[in-house]
Design a protein around this ligand. Structure first.
Ligand code: LMR
Length: 394
């Protein structure tokens, strides 16, 4: 049997992680995988997470199963964090999932179960794993223009022109904030125009919200998602706690299915439960429980909000420093977009041979499309990266 297996494509981000680990050079710089790192290069356990885990260790008396969709208290807390009352609770079905990727995967499967003819529109570019999972599930996908390679901002006209090709029942995958991999985002006026177009076409929005709190703040980063939730008759949201709670390996995420007609919520809820049962039965609990404790305890919540804000502001400072350094070194404002982008990532727009040269000669690791993880930098490494880019002659 095994000899019938064929070689699978390697995930470029995972491959890069491996190359970085194997590099023995001092001073190598990891701007690859989307994991937050502080100025010392450490991915810390957040203070509120440590404290919640300590309390949990003392108080938890059973590890018995919870439910196929996880704990309702986790749903309530996350629905509140993401939607903040934008829609009534009874309109939202939810299931805990193994990370944001689990939520994305379950959403795609739900779409396929509901409408096998639905095509899923994805931004050009998008997180490569979106495409990989869609292809694996044999769901038809259509790319829509998103990133303008010259301005490194959103190509909004191109996006709207491509979305004009939507058919009723198609799904549009949108990044709620902090677009991965580009860092370029729509403003709220543009979101409203996208919403109007989707509603006119009878298309359904699916939002991937993996970086709430990493861009402009917890509420600002959810503003577009809330607008979509209250403006569209049906919405899917895949939210991740990996980054904003720093609980990556605990696999903590949630899928929400919103219906304007609350009488549909039970059917959606039952289908989410069914899907979890088929794929992995009970979702992981530890991370979800820790997140719930943090969101529902005012002291822990404040601790978390404060640390998340420090994290966010730190990344913004690095963006500004990087844009300034490049301004000095190149004598132009060509890299000013780095300070405009939001979230963990920016796509720099460097050719692939330069990306490779930076890795081989300078020990600077970024994804092949020139996406950098800003959090992989610190005040000392920003000038090193800026100089290497300026010296590359781009
Ligand atoms: C990334 O884009 O680097 C992260 O979302 C991590 C991953 O799983 O790819």
């Amino acid at each position: 049997m095994f000899d019938k297996l064929t070689k699978q494509p390697v995930d470029k981000i995972m491959e890069l992680m491996q190359l970085y680990r194997e590099d023995s050079r001092d001073g190598k710089i990891d701007l690859g995988v989307g994991v937050y790192k502080n100025a010392e290069g450490v991915t810390p356990v957040m203070r509120a997470v440590k404290e919640a885990e300590r309390q949990l260790l003392e108080s938890q008396e059973t590890k018995a199963y919870v439910s196929l969709v996880g704990d309702v208290a986790f749903h309530d807390a996350m629905i509140d964090l993401v939607l903040d009352g934008a829609v009534p609770r009874e309109n939202v079905a939810a299931a805990a999932t193994p990370g944001g990727t689990g939520a994305v995967r379950q959403a795609f499967e739900l779409i396929r179960m509901a409408n096998p003819d639905a095509r899923i529109f994805t931004s050009l570019p998008t997180w490569p794993n979106h495409l990989s999972i869609l292809d694996y599930l044999k769901i038809e996908r259509v790319g829509y223009r998103y990133f303008d390679e010259d301005t490194r901002a959103v190509d909004f006209d191109g996006m709207m022109a491509d979305l004009d090709g939507l058919r009723a029942g198609d799904v549009v995958l949108l990044h709620g904030c902090c677009h991965n991999p580009t860092g370029a985002n729509l403003n709220l006026t543009e979101w409203q125009r996208v919403i109007d177009l989707l509603n006119a076409k009878g298309a359904i929005p699916m939002i991937d919200l993996a970086y709430q709190g990493f861009g402009d703040g917890l509420d600002d980063d959810a503003a577009a998602t809330r607008l979509v939730a209250k403006s569209c008759p049906e919405v899917l949201i895949a939210a991740s706690c990996s980054k904003n709670f720093g609980v990556y390996r605990e696999r903590t995420g949630i899928l929400m299915g919103i219906s304007a007609d609350a009488s549909k919520t039970k059917l959606v809820q039952d289908n989410l439960s069914f899907l979890n049962r088929q794929n992995y039965s009970f979702p992981p609990d530890h991370g979800a429980r820790v997140v719930t404790m943090i969101l529902t305890d005012p002291t822990l919540r404040k601790m978390w909000v404060d640390e998340l804000e420090e994290t966010r502001l730190g990344m913004l400072r690095l963006r500004e420093q990087m844009a300034e350094e490049l301004q000095k070194l190149t004598g132009s404002n060509r890299f000013g977009f780095i300070a405009q982008h939001r979230g963990m990532f920016s796509r720099l727009g460097l050719p692939s041979d330069v990306v490779e040269k930076l890795r081989k000669e300078n020990g600077i690791y970024m994804v092949g499309d020139s996406r950098i993880n800003v959090a992989g930098l610190n005040a000392k490494t920003v000038p090193i990266l800026a100089k290497a880019i300026a010296d590359s002659g781009v």
